[in-house]
Design a protein around this ligand. Structure first.
Ligand code: FES
Length: 190
């Protein structure tokens, strides 16, 4: 699985629809400067086209009268902004210290083996994309992952199997998802 994906071109011309232009006017009215609206427009782009290509970054830059490099730098900093098309289920696995200490790498290796992902983290059936990310602020429930908009905490290889099976069956596991977990050193539930 690769690290943070680089931004790439879709080869598609991008333009705002009339409805989006209305939304953008509303967004801009909430901020003192156009520059402050970069992240809301990145979200709007991702919701519209599923990911944020270089053409969309240039469109945002023109709209907000900013250098394209500024929009690119903001999009690149945050892993929540997709710089490549992803599968239906976007699995962001935290590999920062608290999660690493209790098995994040084991979870990632299990996901890679189970889903047979390519070097970009994509499964062949197009359903899943795995990405290593930095701390998602759920350190007390490590190891954890964010799948689309939901957190899955205290993961084990077994709970990962259950989650993947649920998605493959077209179901979303009930939230909040905190699986049973045994401390790797103390051997008891934290
Ligand atoms: S270190 Fe993994 S959520 Fe904070």
């Amino acid at each position: 699985m690769s690290g943070v994906p680089k931004a790439s071109s879709s080869g598609q011309p991008r333009a705002w629809s009339p409805d989006q232009l209305v939304q953008i006017e509303q967004i801009l009215s909430r901020y003192p400067t156009k520059k402050a609206a970069v992240m809301p427009l990145l979200w709007l782009t991702q919701e519209t086209w599923g990911w944020i290509d270089l053409e969309s970054m240039r469109l945002i830059a023109r709209t907000l009268e900013l250098p394209p490099s500024h929009v690119h730098s903001v999009a690149s900093f945050y892993t929540m902004f997709k710089k490549q098309p992803t599968g239906k289920y976007f699995i962001q696995v935290c590999h920062t210290l608290s999660c690493a200490l209790v098995g994040a790498n084991k979870i990632i290796a299990h996901l890679e083996k189970t889903l047979q992902v390519d070097e970009h983290g994509n499964s062949a059936d197009g359903l899943f994309t795995i990405l290593r990310v930095e701390c998602l602020a759920a350190c007390g429930s490590a190891p954890m992952a964010q799948i689309n908009d939901d957190f899955y905490e205290r993961l084990t290889p077994e709970s990962v199997d259950q989650i993947i099976a649920a998605f493959r069956a077209g179901k979303v596991p009930p939230q909040p998802y905190v699986s049973e977990w045994v401390h790797p050193v103390a051997g008891a539930r934290a």
